[in-house]
Design a protein around this ligand. Structure first.
Ligand SMILES: Cc1cc2nc3c(=O)[nH]c(=O)nc-3n(C[C@H](O)[C@H](O)[C@H](O)COP(=O)(O)O)c2cc1C
Length: 159
Protein backbone atom coordinates (compact mmCIF):
# COMPACT_ATOMS: atom_id res chain seq x y z
CA UNK A 1 0.00 0.00 0.00
CA UNK A 2 1.54 3.30 -1.08
CA UNK A 3 0.05 6.21 0.80
CA UNK A 4 0.06 9.87 -0.15
CA UNK A 5 -0.73 12.22 2.73
CA UNK A 6 -1.61 15.76 1.66
CA UNK A 7 -1.56 18.20 4.53
CA UNK A 8 -2.36 21.84 5.30
CA UNK A 9 -1.02 23.26 8.56
CA UNK A 10 -0.23 26.68 10.04
CA UNK A 11 1.14 25.84 13.49
CA UNK A 12 2.56 22.40 12.67
CA UNK A 13 0.04 20.21 14.49
CA UNK A 14 -1.69 18.73 11.45
CA UNK A 15 1.74 18.12 9.92
CA UNK A 16 2.76 16.27 13.08
CA UNK A 17 -0.33 14.07 12.74
CA UNK A 18 0.51 13.48 9.06
CA UNK A 19 4.12 12.53 9.85
CA UNK A 20 3.02 10.13 12.56
CA UNK A 21 0.56 8.53 10.14
CA UNK A 22 3.35 8.18 7.57
CA UNK A 23 5.59 6.40 10.09
CA UNK A 24 2.87 3.81 10.60
CA UNK A 25 1.75 3.48 6.99
CA UNK A 26 5.04 2.94 5.19
CA UNK A 27 5.60 3.35 2.31
CA UNK A 28 4.03 6.77 2.71
CA UNK A 29 4.83 10.30 1.65
CA UNK A 30 3.73 13.55 3.33
CA UNK A 31 3.29 16.45 0.91
CA UNK A 32 2.34 20.01 1.92
CA UNK A 33 -0.81 20.91 0.05
CA UNK A 34 0.88 23.83 -1.75
CA UNK A 35 3.16 21.25 -3.43
CA UNK A 36 0.59 18.48 -3.91
CA UNK A 37 -0.09 17.11 -7.40
CA UNK A 38 -3.52 17.76 -8.91
CA UNK A 39 -3.37 14.30 -10.51
CA UNK A 40 -2.89 11.56 -7.94
CA UNK A 41 0.11 9.50 -9.14
CA UNK A 42 -0.83 6.05 -10.39
CA UNK A 43 1.38 4.27 -7.82
CA UNK A 44 -0.60 5.80 -4.93
CA UNK A 45 -3.26 3.44 -3.62
CA UNK A 46 -4.35 5.25 -0.46
CA UNK A 47 -4.88 9.01 -0.21
CA UNK A 48 -5.16 10.83 3.13
CA UNK A 49 -6.09 14.51 3.27
CA UNK A 50 -5.62 16.53 6.46
CA UNK A 51 -6.24 20.15 7.43
CA UNK A 52 -6.84 22.23 10.56
CA UNK A 53 -10.45 23.06 11.36
CA UNK A 54 -11.06 26.77 10.82
CA UNK A 55 -14.48 28.21 11.58
CA UNK A 56 -16.04 24.70 11.63
CA UNK A 57 -14.74 23.96 8.13
CA UNK A 58 -11.66 23.95 5.89
CA UNK A 59 -9.38 26.99 6.03
CA UNK A 60 -10.32 29.80 3.64
CA UNK A 61 -8.33 32.83 2.47
CA UNK A 62 -9.83 34.77 5.38
CA UNK A 63 -9.08 32.26 8.16
CA UNK A 64 -5.64 31.59 6.68
CA UNK A 65 -4.87 35.27 7.11
CA UNK A 66 -6.09 35.12 10.72
CA UNK A 67 -3.81 32.12 11.37
CA UNK A 68 -0.83 34.01 9.92
CA UNK A 69 -1.72 37.07 12.01
CA UNK A 70 -1.61 34.83 15.10
CA UNK A 71 1.93 33.66 14.28
CA UNK A 72 1.21 30.71 11.98
CA UNK A 73 3.19 29.96 8.83
CA UNK A 74 2.14 28.93 5.36
CA UNK A 75 0.26 30.14 2.36
CA UNK A 76 -2.44 29.07 -0.06
CA UNK A 77 -3.60 27.21 -1.93
CA UNK A 78 -5.05 25.14 0.87
CA UNK A 79 -6.90 21.84 0.82
CA UNK A 80 -10.12 23.63 -0.14
CA UNK A 81 -8.55 25.04 -3.34
CA UNK A 82 -6.52 21.89 -4.04
CA UNK A 83 -9.60 19.64 -3.97
CA UNK A 84 -11.34 21.98 -6.42
CA UNK A 85 -8.45 21.47 -8.87
CA UNK A 86 -8.10 17.68 -8.45
CA UNK A 87 -8.63 15.19 -11.23
CA UNK A 88 -10.95 12.49 -9.85
CA UNK A 89 -9.58 8.96 -9.45
CA UNK A 90 -11.10 5.83 -8.00
CA UNK A 91 -9.00 5.06 -4.92
CA UNK A 92 -9.60 4.93 -1.17
CA UNK A 93 -9.55 8.44 0.32
CA UNK A 94 -9.81 9.35 4.00
CA UNK A 95 -9.86 12.81 5.52
CA UNK A 96 -8.69 13.93 8.97
CA UNK A 97 -8.25 17.20 10.80
CA UNK A 98 -7.05 18.90 13.94
CA UNK A 99 -9.35 21.03 16.04
CA UNK A 100 -9.46 22.82 19.34
CA UNK A 101 -13.01 21.87 20.26
CA UNK A 102 -13.93 18.25 20.95
CA UNK A 103 -17.54 18.55 19.88
CA UNK A 104 -17.89 20.22 16.55
CA UNK A 105 -20.92 20.98 14.47
CA UNK A 106 -18.53 21.13 11.51
CA UNK A 107 -14.92 20.16 10.94
CA UNK A 108 -12.25 20.34 8.26
CA UNK A 109 -12.40 16.54 7.86
CA UNK A 110 -16.12 16.71 7.22
CA UNK A 111 -15.85 19.64 4.80
CA UNK A 112 -12.98 17.96 2.93
CA UNK A 113 -14.97 14.73 2.58
CA UNK A 114 -17.95 16.65 1.23
CA UNK A 115 -15.79 18.59 -1.24
CA UNK A 116 -14.03 15.40 -2.41
CA UNK A 117 -17.39 13.74 -2.97
CA UNK A 118 -18.57 16.67 -5.05
CA UNK A 119 -15.34 16.33 -7.02
CA UNK A 120 -16.09 12.69 -7.89
CA UNK A 121 -14.17 10.80 -5.20
CA UNK A 122 -15.62 8.34 -2.68
CA UNK A 123 -14.09 9.65 0.53
CA UNK A 124 -14.48 8.52 4.11
CA UNK A 125 -14.45 11.17 6.79
CA UNK A 126 -11.77 10.37 9.34
CA UNK A 127 -11.13 11.64 12.88
CA UNK A 128 -10.39 15.01 14.43
CA UNK A 129 -7.28 15.14 16.61
CA UNK A 130 -7.33 17.69 19.40
CA UNK A 131 -4.94 20.55 20.08
CA UNK A 132 -4.57 22.95 23.00
CA UNK A 133 -5.93 26.39 22.09
CA UNK A 134 -5.30 27.85 18.65
CA UNK A 135 -1.73 26.85 18.08
CA UNK A 136 -1.34 23.58 19.93
CA UNK A 137 0.51 21.45 20.83
CA UNK A 138 -1.53 18.29 20.35
CA UNK A 139 -3.25 17.20 23.52
CA UNK A 140 -1.89 14.25 25.45
CA UNK A 141 -2.95 10.91 24.01
CA UNK A 142 -3.61 12.27 20.51
CA UNK A 143 -0.57 10.66 18.88
CA UNK A 144 -1.72 7.33 20.29
CA UNK A 145 -5.10 7.93 18.61
CA UNK A 146 -3.22 8.68 15.39
CA UNK A 147 -1.34 5.37 15.66
CA UNK A 148 -4.58 3.50 16.34
CA UNK A 149 -6.21 5.07 13.30
CA UNK A 150 -3.19 4.17 11.16
CA UNK A 151 -3.47 0.55 12.33
CA UNK A 152 -7.18 0.53 11.47
CA UNK A 153 -6.40 1.90 8.00
CA UNK A 154 -3.81 -0.84 7.42
CA UNK A 155 -6.34 -3.48 8.52
CA UNK A 156 -9.08 -1.96 6.39
CA UNK A 157 -6.96 -1.83 3.23
CA UNK A 158 -4.99 -5.05 3.51
CA UNK A 159 -5.00 -6.65 0.07
C1 LIG B 1 -8.87 31.36 12.09
C2 LIG B 1 -9.02 30.13 12.93
C3 LIG B 1 -10.26 29.55 13.12
C4 LIG B 1 -10.40 28.41 13.92
N1 LIG B 1 -11.63 27.85 14.06
C5 LIG B 1 -11.76 26.72 14.81
C6 LIG B 1 -13.03 26.08 14.94
O1 LIG B 1 -14.03 26.47 14.36
N2 LIG B 1 -13.10 24.98 15.73
C7 LIG B 1 -12.01 24.47 16.38
O2 LIG B 1 -12.17 23.47 17.09
N3 LIG B 1 -10.79 25.03 16.26
C8 LIG B 1 -10.64 26.13 15.49
N4 LIG B 1 -9.41 26.72 15.34
C9 LIG B 1 -8.24 26.07 15.96
C10 LIG B 1 -7.54 25.24 14.89
O3 LIG B 1 -8.25 24.08 14.63
C11 LIG B 1 -6.08 24.96 15.28
O4 LIG B 1 -5.39 26.18 15.06
C12 LIG B 1 -5.48 23.88 14.42
O5 LIG B 1 -5.99 22.61 14.78
C13 LIG B 1 -3.99 23.84 14.53
O6 LIG B 1 -3.53 23.06 13.46
P1 LIG B 1 -2.22 23.46 12.69
O7 LIG B 1 -1.13 23.55 13.72
O8 LIG B 1 -1.95 22.33 11.75
O9 LIG B 1 -2.42 24.76 11.96
C14 LIG B 1 -9.26 27.84 14.55
C15 LIG B 1 -8.00 28.43 14.34
C16 LIG B 1 -7.86 29.56 13.54
C17 LIG B 1 -6.50 30.14 13.33
Amino acid sequence: MRTLIVVESYFGNTTEVARTLAEHLEPARVVPVAEAPTEIPIDVDLLLVGAPTHDFSLPSANTRKQALDKGGHGQGPGVREWIASLTPRDLPVHTFDTSHAKRLSGSAARAAAKALKRRGFRPTRGPSFHVHGRSGPLEEGQLRRVQEWAAALVDGHRP
